[in-house]
Design a protein around this ligand. Sequence first.
Ligand SMILES: Cc1cc2nc3c(=O)[nH]c(=O)nc-3n(C[C@H](O)[C@H](O)[C@H](O)COP(=O)(O)OP(=O)(O)OC[C@H]3O[C@@H](n4cnc5c(N)ncnc54)[C@H](O)[C@@H]3O)c2cc1C
Length: 512
Amino acid sequence: MSAAPLDVVVIGGGPAGAAAARLLAAWGRSVRVLAKPADDARTLGESLPPSCRKLFDLIGVTRDVEAAGFLRSTGNTVWWGGEGPRAMRFAGGGIGWQVRRSELDRLLLRLAAQAGAAVEADAVVRRVDPAPRSGPTGATESSIRYVGGGAPKSVAARFVLDCSGRAGVIARRGFRRHAAARTTLALAAVWSRRGGWGLDDESHTLVESYGDGWAWSVPVTAEQRYFTLMVDPRVTRLERGGPLAPCYDAELAKTAVLGPLTAGAVLNVEPWGCDASVYHAQTYGAPGMLLVGDAGSFIDPLSSCGVKKALASGWLAAVAAHTALADPGLAGVALDLFDEREREMHTALERQSTEFFAEAAGRHDHPFWTDRAEAGMPGAAPPEPAVDVLRRDPAVLAAFDALRRAPALRLQRGDRLAVVRRPAITPRRIVLEDRLAVPGWPDAGAVRGLRFLRGIDLVRVVELAPLHRQVPDLYEAYNRICPPAPLPDFLGALSVLIAKGALQVADDEPRA
Ligand SMILES: Cc1cc2nc3c(=O)[nH]c(=O)nc-3n(C[C@H](O)[C@H](O)[C@H](O)COP(=O)(O)OP(=O)(O)OC[C@H]3O[C@@H](n4cnc5c(N)ncnc54)[C@H](O)[C@@H]3O)c2cc1C
């Protein structure tokens, strides 16, 4: 056990662990990553959507990812629910990545080490023991036991990030809930065909649903593709410990498009199975530790967003851990915010997959589809108040009209307006910020409050509005102290504030 505890130990060297470790090290934290060696033979080929780029930027790895030579993709071609082909290009002409995961993981780990993280790439964590709470802030120090290079070792850390994916070194100790109706086994194999596959767009991920499963093919070079089948192991005739190849072949034969595509292709890697059942944590951390990426929750691979979610989660975990270490008084706030955001991210992505499943269930009347279509629907959080809904809101339209007609502004703070302090995430730290809330808006319990609407700082507008009699003066005053805002957005935000009662027309007579 080293004498001084490290700031952070990261368990696992997948995208979540590498992202968190790189950021924390770059911010001056002492970080050690304990990572199992990658399995090159049975690594998956995965699709990353173009929106991953924002996260690569945030983590500071875009240039290296671009230079790594991964195949770039323009979208997906889908045969879903008996319909298709539907060639779906990424929105706005975006370009995604098709990666062999062991290659991406090695690259991200190398970049974490470059930023100053100590990476032990042959380490298997066996046990994590949180030390008893010390001090009034509940700061903890954990002892992490692992086998490194074949020898038993241990290390102490003030913060532990469980980034061990499905293994869930900490997460499995009672944090997770599995969806019993949705057991999915992925049967993967790697194929190649000289001269390519004769597709309209060879870079596309191919997706096909069939009676009781779905098939998916990701290219990693012009000639090599992964063909993976998602099945329910309880209804597929698959003996535990038995050979997978016959089952793989039988499932592939059920497809109308992807199976025939492999005719005449060379099987490079024999089928293997990996669990793809969904789960989520009840709570995503405890004092001194967080469940990050797949350790906390697993979304259906259909979304192609697992890596993106892991990178986002790694970034947020780094921000939360950095905040807690720098200011133990904010440790609880950081933990709550991480928990809340992980929950939201999981729910939003689940909802997305559920819509696809519902589409297939309409066509294939089989429990494989109907179970998945129903999951995630009840209890899903209502969507955030959307700007297009506000634009159609009669009260907002009326407020906008009144603003246009009124010869002068006479606004004051709404009687029911509350300014609440809520945690907000900046690129490195969690801070407390003022937000507006009126009963019933922006959320039913007025719990979270709202600070910005289309980039307009609502708190500042409410402060400035009573001081000005003309809209142009108010707009100019706002732009002097805030980043310049487009006039339509500013007027829209002002109308919403009036319509929702955060601002109200001033009384003619001064109040007693
Ligand atoms: C069949 C299938 C297809 C998928 N397709 C896609 C796709 O196309 N696009 C996409 O974005 N996502 C896809 N995903 C999801 C994606 O793989 C995961 O969401 C992503 O890998 C999560 O990253 P992570 O860092 O949280 O976990 P992982 O990538 O699982 O990393 C965890 C790491 O921890 C290590 N580890 C485990 N136990 C220990 C231990 N005791 N000690 C030390 N290290 C340990 C593991 O070896 C691993 O390296 C797919 C998943 C499956 C199953």
